[in-house]
Ligand binder design. Sequence first.
Ligand code: PMP
Length: 437
Amino acid sequence: AHVATDKTHVRDVRARHFGGNLRLSYSDPVMLMRGWRHHLFDEWGRPYLDAYNNVPHVGHAHPRLQAVAADQLLRMNSNTRYLHPAQTGFAEKLLTKLPPELSVCWFVNSGSEANELALRLARAASGGKAMITPDHGYHGNTTGAIDLSAYKFNAPGGVGQPDWVELVDIPDDYRGAYLRGDPQAGEGYAAQVDAAIARLTGRGQRLAGFIAETYPSVGGQIIPPPGYLQGVYARIRAAGGVCIADEVQTGLGRLGSHYFAFEAQGVLPDIVVLGKPIGNGHPIGVVITTPAIARAFEKGPEFFSTFGGSTLSCRMGKTVLDIVDDEGLMQNAQAMGERLMQGLAGLAARHALIGDVRGQGLFIGVEMVTDRDLRHPATRQTSYVLNRMREERVLIGCEGPDNNILKIRPPLTIDAEDVDMLLDRLDLILSENGSQP
Ligand code: PMP
């Protein structure tokens, strides 16, 4: 029984020696010791379906990544001030996935760092400082990235909204000002940028740009209406700003239909930010931009990151991109996403708690409400469902300003049996007393 004692000890040491504002998932936290594809195994070896973690994009414990890491660590691991074909190889592979206008890369260690650099690039290129961003966004844990993350700066005890940041509504077509099916929705939300620019210029501030998660995730797994980013980008550019697409959650084929979400919105960003899945767990962030923006930034001091773009990181990143191609994972995301969406629509027809099912590929949100007409958020029931799913050994998350949106975002390896298992368990739990609106 030593494993059970270990778990108690681990919880105890965490409680005493880790920051108190570090959250543990689930009322009965899980201790996970091993992984394989989209499965995880706890301290007793019990299996869980990982339908939540987007970092192990190509699956947990991928043998090709293990082999690449072992091989490179036996050779050497160094920084970007020496030549190495692994570094250029990663850049070349990544750029095959991006429009030709985006051709200059920087490698860093996290999504936060990548957004931090993107902000510096936007400021260098525009000569401005101020930024516009949708409400409830998240771009990272660093000082600059927090200032761009309404989800954190507006939270209780948060640092508050900086005077150089203007918010626009999240383009939520389920509970926002413009609803799904309204042909004006995209343009309606985009037009809010005009007022935000006017507020900035009214204060004598100059615009640096706009940043958004291309599909807002922490804001509630939102799929912006068609035309939204086209309308936003046109306005930002007319005001001299730069458009940043944070593709940390949506990139690398997760949507099934497109490799990046900006393609689905029909826009070409000036700066693309990548993180989480690109290292499959190895810490990597990437910023890709145009030669013109790169040149503006290059006028400043050298940009260097000790670990960013290390030989090992570049081999890991390149191998992740290769695996997505070789294993047809984008196609799998499309097929499994459709299967999940169909199954969830079936559940919505039978369970009144489900107010909305939305998603594309394996980026899915299920919004829970106590009243379908009034759309009251079912926060308590969502927490019940989440924790019961964990008891049934299916790991999913919850998001949104009211914590009432189930977040389904598995590794791209998920297969039909596991999709069906998830739907079966969710059906069972939605029938229980705790899930009644
Ligand atoms: N951008 C988005 C959209 C994210 O979801 C995250 C992480 N949740 C980040 C940036 C920050 O990435 P990291 O935690 O790697 O710094």
